[in-house]
Design a protein. Sequence first.
Length: 282
Amino acid sequence: MRVTTADIRGYKERRERFACLTAYDVVTARIADEAGIPLLLVGDSLGMVVLGYENTIPVTLNDILHHTRAVVRGTARALVVADMPFMTYHRSAAQAIESAGRCMQEGGAQAVKLEGGRATADAISRLTAIGVPVMGHVGLTPQSVHQLGGFKVQGKTSERAKELIRDALTLQDAGVFSIVLECVPSEIARRITERLAVPTIGIGAGPHCDAEIQVVSDILGWVPSFVPKHTKPYAHLADAARDAVTRYRDEVLARSFPGAAQSFSVSEEVLREVDDALSNLP
Ligand code: KIV
């Protein structure tokens, strides 16, 4: 049975912490699912970590649908949340309903995530009223990177911190089942977490949130040249992959790969007949 949004809320009711991850492909999704991660986000971070864009702005709804289908195919248990990309829910509640519908019907997601606080609350209310589970996202909202002036910690002044708290409370009233707090000082995240009945899921928000989410390629060490302060590599897959590819190339050049173990054989009789046929060719 898949994890439900009620299960996610239940973690907070029981004061039980949980770990979430992003996922973009079937292999990673399967590993995370088997490891017991209850919620996988097909984040629009895929634009940066999979598609090579500078930020998440160019990601399209079709990109998210394509990767959501893969993650759904790779999971039996995890709740799969599709991240709604830039400008797929900003124009109107009708556009938000259309985009969320595609994430669920075509992508197979069980929930969607929208960035933004009070400005997004109307669209979120309309979605939750018609039965679409929504995860909120406040603090550093990467789709607003150009307005925020970069990927910066949010809520550092008392004014901005109070706005963040108002945003989070408004999203809860709009019916979200959880809220991502991204790059927020940990004492502000603690206060938001204590005020909310729905779980907060931190990334760069310190240890006091109800749960944590990380970008999977960061914790696997896929991009060692850039390790954000809020993450930590638990493996060094880029180094392991570079080493593997280099050894493969060297063995191919030295003709030590493929060897007998990777080769297929035929019987002596077949070979004799082939050689006879070849010798009779003009
Ligand atoms: O797109 C993403 O990966 C996200 C997480 C950072 C929460 O929004």
